[in-house]
Structures are given as structure tokens and as C-alpha cells.
Design a protein around this ligand. Structure first.
Ligand code: GUN
Length: 315
């Protein structure tokens, strides 16, 4: 093991501390805290955990956070009605609809819901207006996970400008906005995906390698240039003992976790990569906590911008 481990939990704590003062100031000025409405449809176990984390972080930051729950059997129309109510709510500055929506809502449901969110309250940065602003390098609300990666690189002293960055994954939530944020910070960016030829060779050109594909331990030694910074966005739950035995070396703490809980988390990056990478984010405790910190920051910024608009231009 040679890689420097980039501790996202610690950095997120630091950011939340910085935000708490600004949240208190907002509350004093406007007589209410910044407010976030979270919509959760269905019972996806991973979404339940993520949403619980978001609600807890908001409460700790002194924000208001309301969970709007809908059953998996809810219709798309019902989700849109909740979004419409939150769009008009004076108490909510930010709206987040947790992805994925239940499959029964149809293939385009997520896009329709994200399109319906008021762009000024779109703390996920998924609305086409906010995506367009990101493309033009004038984003006000950028997606939380890739923003968290940038924050983590900055606060860890890793130079982005001029670096060769490779992003594996082209999702709307992580891969695409990650590539744009890195490009806006003057990295030379390559985006890889399921059809990329010689994927390992392309990945091994990276000074900064971001893995966001959702495939357990896919990024192996051969993908990583010695000394590269490797950012693992994947959160995959292993429930098969054979997978755990195959991926983690004997004596790794994950074996005890698996014995205790019957499952264990692994990222998209194989643990062996720690032997060659210069710096590496752990899973859990890497990018995840930064994602939540960026959601808090976006909610505060949305709230500040909304109140500034309500007050009109300064005299
Ligand atoms: N599901 C997984 N990541 C995210 C995210 O960043 N935002 C939302 N809304 N859903 C998610």
C-alpha cells in the first residue's frame, strides 16, 4: 500500500463547519433557515440510506429538510404534483428527487421530473438550464457528486489545470458533469464508456482517473499510471462471499464486516490499485460525504440567490 488515502469524511466535516456559519447568518437575516425538499418514491434500499444521510446532514447544518415519500406504486403525475408544490413553496429553496425513480413510472420519468423542477431550486443541477450553464462554464448549481470530487481534489492540493483526466462512465448524474467540471478547470479530459476500445490503456494515460461506472472493483492495476490520483465514485454492495474472497486480500477488514453484516461495500476500483496510485479515495468515506456537503452548499446558495432576487437590485 503506497497511495495517500484522501479522507472525504474529514473534508466534508470541514466544509459543513464552514457552511454552518453562513446558514446561521441566513437564518438571522431572513427569519427562517434555508429549506430543502427531498422526494423519495419507492423503497430502493440504497436510496433510503442516501436520503437518510442527506436529511441528517441538513439538520446538522441548521437547515430545514422535509422528506416527501411516495409509494413505489405512485404515478408519475403524483411525483410531478409534489414537485409543483415544492416549486411554489416559500419555505423550500432546494428540491431533490432521489434517483432512481421506480421502473414502473416509465423510461422517461426521471427526465420529465428533472425538467419540471424550477431551475433556481434545482440543487442537483440536473435541469437542462443548469446543464447548459455548466457547459458554458457559468454554472450556479452544479451536480453534487462531481462538484464534491473537484472540492476534494482542490482541498487535497491536487493540481487540475493541465492534468490529463480520464472519466470512466458517461451518466448524466456523474460522468458527463464530471468531465465538464474538469474541462472548465483546464484539465485535458477523456470520457470512456462501455464501447471504449483498449479501456485500460486509455485509463493508464490519466494523471487523474475518475471511476463512475457502478461495476465492483473493475479498475485494476493495469488501468492506473503509477502515482496517478484515483477517484472512486462507485458504491457497490457485495452479498456473495465468493466475490468478497476474490476482491479483498486476506486480513482486510472487509472480511469481518461481511461476516458480521452479510454484505460489504466496494467501489469501482480494485483494492490492489492502492499499490500503484499516488492518491486514492476510499469507499466508503471518500466521495460520498463530499456529495452530501455539496448538496448543503447548493441549497444555501439557492436560498441566498432566491432571497437576493426577492429583495430586488441593490439601491
Ligand atoms: N441517486 C444517486 N445519486 C444521486 C444524486 O446525486 N441525486 C439524486 N437526486 N439522486 C441520486
Amino acid at each position: 500500500m503506497s497511495a495517500r488515502i484522501l479522507n472525504g469524511t474529514l473534508l466534508a466535516q470541514q466544509i459543513r463547519g464552514e457552511l454552518a456559519a453562513a446558514v446561521m447568518d441566513f437564518h438571522q437575516r431572513h427569519g427562517r433557515p434555508p429549506g430543502l425538499g427531498i422526494v423519495l418514491a419507492g423503497e430502493d434500499p440504497a436510496s433510503e440510506i442516501y436520503v437518510r444521510g442527506k436529511l441528517k446532514a441538513a439538520a446538522e447544518a441548521g437547515m430545514r429538510a422535509d422528506l416527501e415519500r411516495l409509494p413505489a406504486s405512485a404515478s408519475l403525475r403524483e411525483v410531478l404534483a409534489v414537485v409543483d408544490r415544492l416549486n411554489r413553496s416559500p419555505l423550500h429553496d432546494g428540491i431533490l428527487v432521489q434517483s432512481p425513480l421506480p421502473a414502473g413510472m416509465g423510461a422517461t420519468a426521471e427526465q420529465q421530473v428533472f425538467d419540471a423542477i424550477d431551475p433556481a431550486k434545482d440543487v442537483d443541477g440536473f435541469h437542462p438550464v443548469n446543464v447548459g450553464r455548466l457547459v458554458q462554464n457559468r454554472a450556479t448549481l452544479a451536480p453534487c457528486t462531481p462538484s464534491g470530487v473537484i472540492e476534494l481534489l482542490d482541498r487535497s492540493g491536487i493540481e487540475i489545470a493541465g492534468a490529463r483526466a480520464v472519466v470512466i462512465g458517461r451518466s448524466e448524474i456523474v460522468g458527463k458533469p464530471m468531465a465538464l467540471l474538469l474541462l472548465n478547470r483546464h484539465a485535458t479530459v477523456t470520457v470512456c464508456h462501455s464501447r471504449t476500445k483498449e479501456l485500460a490503456d486509455v485509463a493508464a494515460t490519466a494523471d487523474i482517473l475518475v471511476a463512475a461506472v457502478g461495476r465492483p472493483a473493475m479498475v485494476r492495476l493495469g488501468f492506473v499510471k503509477p502515482g496517478a490520483t484515483v477517484i472512486d465514485v462507485g458504491v457497490n454492495r457485495l452479498t456473495d462471499a465468493a466475490d468478497v474472497a476474490r476482491i479483498f486480500p486476506p486480513g482486510a477488514p472487509q472480511h469481518a464486516t461481511f461476516a458480521r453484516r452479510g454484505s460489504v461495500l466496494v467501489g469501482d476500483v480494485h483494492p490492489e490499485v492502492a499499490d500503484v496510485a499516488g492518491a486514492l479515495t476510499p469507499v466508503p468515506g471518500g466521495v460520498g460525504p463530499l456529495t452530501i456537503a455539496m448538496l448543503m452548499r447548493n441549497t444555501l446558495h439557492a436560498a441566498q440567490a432566491r432571497m437576493a432576487r426577492a429583495q430586488g437590485p441593490a439601491a
